[in-house]
Design a protein around this ligand. Structure first.
Ligand SMILES: *Cc1c(COP(=O)(O)O)cnc(C)c1O
Length: 449
């Protein structure tokens, strides 16, 4: 079996996610035979460093032996059981651990199957909480510009990435969008913090004016990942937490992408010293092995649903594979790897290596910004470095970088004109340097005319 054979069969039977299938008339589809650590290997024997952790899910490498054993062991005992009326040890232990690890005050875990459904759960719980408390006028959500919270209709409604959202606009919930405190747009000489403060004034005004109708503000703490890896100062989140309390509005922290050590702390909210009312976790939760998500919330929210059945205050939401034991075992294996070694300490060294390897990108004539938050580093290609005019999206410059990566042992998958590294934590410095070299040459090719 080789790449061409599998790709041909695939293209006769599949419809791929986030893909214009016609692209594959020119763009090769890469069938992967196996993965080990940071490496993916295709059926022709080519190898690629997975610089994007396979859509940001992988933390400790492909086919990680510890997580793999954990899932295997679970599989011999119990593959799945309904989580209504029944429970199992893996989900209980996982819940205890998540409560212990997440910011103080989060005391309840509700499970779903992916990030989007976790966001749906948080939105529904927030709305339902206010209804149970007699605030039935609250039925809107506030989000930040350029945010991303998933693809199902509710999650899409509170996102703001035009490319994914525009077509479905008539189907979506009403959402108030406030300008994000995105560092990229600060004025020359303005500090990140001053810019965040300036942006926060708009959030404050929105909450003051419309708070009575607003259930929750939803944010991606520190990094808007799908929104081109744009970053903001943590202080914004502290101010937001205080304002949400002032105006009786929930704060939903969507840590689907930034949770589990990505930003330098186990959870991004820690850098702002805040506890959200809802925290959504997915992606890295299972180390990239199996789909699972969790929504953590507090006693106050839980208490507002706790009543006699006839009150009909219960949260009657479920997914078939809620709290699946195999996925929980993968999550436990992942958390054990955090316990067994100083992952965050090692990540600090790796993050420094990523910064060093890309420091010279700042001088590139078509790079406007090199930004980093822990194990996420992004390089923004622009047409004009001084005005920051972007390349028109139709030119698809990022695709040149993607192709160049594939020819040089690197899976780099730019978001538009933004090339980024978000590698598994088992990457080493030599591999980081290789990625930087490939990205540099890819950017040269992509920007040469
Ligand atoms: C990926 C992502 C989601 C959606 O998760 P899925 O598992 O893809 O449904 C939601 N929020 C954020 C911040 C994400 O990065």
């Amino acid at each position: 079996m080789n790449n061409a054979e599998i790709a041909a069969r695939d293209l006769n039977a599949l419809w791929h996610p986030c893909t214009q299938m016609k692209d594959h008339e020119q763009l090769p589809l890469i069938p992967i035979r196996r993965g080990t650590g940071v490496w993916l290997e295709d059926f022709d024997g080519n190898r690629y460093i997975d610089a994007i952790s396979s859509w940001w899910v992988n933390l400790f490498g492909h086919a990680n032996p510890h997580i793999s054993r954990r899932v295997n062991r679970q599989m011999q005992e119990l593959e799945h059981v309904i989580l209504a009326g029944f429970t199992h040890e893996a989900v209980v232990t996982l819940s205890e651990k998540l409560i212990a690890l997440t910011p103080v005050g989060l005391t309840r875990c509700f499970y779903a199957e992916n990030g989007s459904s976790a966001v749906e759960v948080a939105l529904k719980m927030s709305f339902h909480y206010w209804k149970n408390q007699g605030h039935s006028g609250k039925c809107e959500f506030v989000n930040l510009s350029n945010s991303y919270h998933g693809e199902t209709l509710g999650a899409l409604s509170v996102g703001d990435v035009e490319l994914y959202k525009h077509t479905y606009e008539p189907l979506l919930l009403k959402t108030r969008t406030v300008a994000a405190p995105d560092d990229y747009y600060r004025e020359p000489g303005e500090t990140r913090q001053d810019y965040a403060a300036r942006r926060f004034a708009e959030m404050e005004a929105t909450l003051e004016r419309h708070g009575e109708r607003i259930c929750a503000v939803i944010v991606e703490p520190l990094v808007q990942c799908a929104g081109y890896m744009r970053m903001h100062h943590p202080e914004y989140l502290s101010w937001l937490r205080a304002a949400c309390d002032r105006y009786q509005v929930h704060l939903i922290a969507d840590e689907c992408a930034v949770g589990f050590g990505r930003t330098g702390t186990l959870f991004a909210c820690e850098q702002a010293g805040i506890t959200p009312d809802f925290m959504c976790l997915a992606k890295g939760l299972t180390g990239g092995f199996l789909p699972l998500s969790a929504v953590l919330t507090n006693d106050d929210v839980y208490g507002a649903f706790y009543d006699d059945y006839e009150s009909l205050r219960g949260f009657l939401h479920s997914h078939s594979y809620t709290g699946n034991p195999l996925a929980c075992a993968a999550a436990l294996g992942t958390l054990e790897l955090f316990e067994q070694s100083d992952v965050l300490g090692r990540n600090r060294r790796l993050a420094r290596a990523m910064a060093d390897a890309t420091a010279h990108f700042r001088d590139h004539p078509h790079v406007a910004d090199v930004r980093q938050c822990g194990m996420i580093l992004a390089i923004e290609m622009v047409k004009d470095k001084h005005t920051r005019e972007s390349y028109p999206w139709r030119e698809r410059r990022g695709l040149t970088v993607y192709r160049h990566g594939l020819e040089n042992q690197a899976l780099l998958r730019p978001l538009g004109n933004v090339v980024y590294f978000m590698p598994p934590y088992v990457i080493n410095e030599q591999q980081i340097n290789h990625l930087a070299d490939v990205a540099w040459r890819g950017i040269q090719l992509a920007t040469k005319d």
